[in-house]
Design a protein around this ligand. Structure first.
Ligand code: PNS
Length: 165
């Protein structure tokens, strides 16, 4: 059984993440998308909210499950007996950061955790959770960035509304 973990903050999940999730789910028998519970950051959505949102957004993908973790990814992966982490690469600017994390994880886990990168589809290459938050905070249009059911949940966090309403 081929298993993989896709870790991330997913605050909030975007079409870019969902594209990576769908493609990874076709490559593995079981894919666990796991939300990092990072106490250092002050997120827009709580971990519980992000888990629920991801469950809704991936409900049609049978072999995808949603979870959360805290601490080191290598410890979590070991606990789940998974040896592959998935990450999306949008542009060369992501590469240095991602390469360093991937190499650290491989070294720290004594080779037990490898990382597979999926290049995001070009149509989503510009997308990031931070830009979605920035746009939504000013009431800009985020309907091209996140699933429809999530659009108003994001505006509500900022007490804003879709432009034109
Ligand atoms: O969506 P993000 O915020 O870019 O995801 C980053 C994530 C969650 C993959 C990364 O920060 C992570 O795995 N954190 C857990 C702590 C850890 O294992 N760090 C080791 C590498 S330095």
């Amino acid at each position: 059984m081929k298993k993989a973990i896709y870790p991330g903050s997913f605050d909030p999940v975007t079409f870019g993440h969902l594209d990576v999730i769908r493609r990874a789910s076709e490559m593995f028998d079981e894919l666990t998308v796991s939300v990092l519970n990072n106490k250092g950051k002050s997120p827009l959505f709580s971990v519980e909210e992000r888990v629920k949102i991801l469950q809704e957004a991936t409900k049609d993908l049978r072999n995808v499950q949603i979870d959360s973790f805290s601490g080191l990814l290598i410890d979590y992966a070991k606990e789940k007996n998974v040896h592959v982490a998935i990450r999306g690469l949008r542009a060369i600017t992501d590469f240095e950061y991602e390469l360093q994390i991937a190499q650290t994880n491989r070294k720290l886990s004594n080779g037990a955790l490898d990382t597979i990168f999926l290049t995001t589809s070009l149509e989503y290459a510009y997308l990031s959770s931070s830009s979605v938050k920035e746009i939504a905070s000013f009431g800009g249009d985020i309907s091209q960035c996140v699933p429809e059911f999530l659009v108003d949940q994001i505006y509500n966090k900022f007490n804003t509304k879709r432009t034109g309403e």
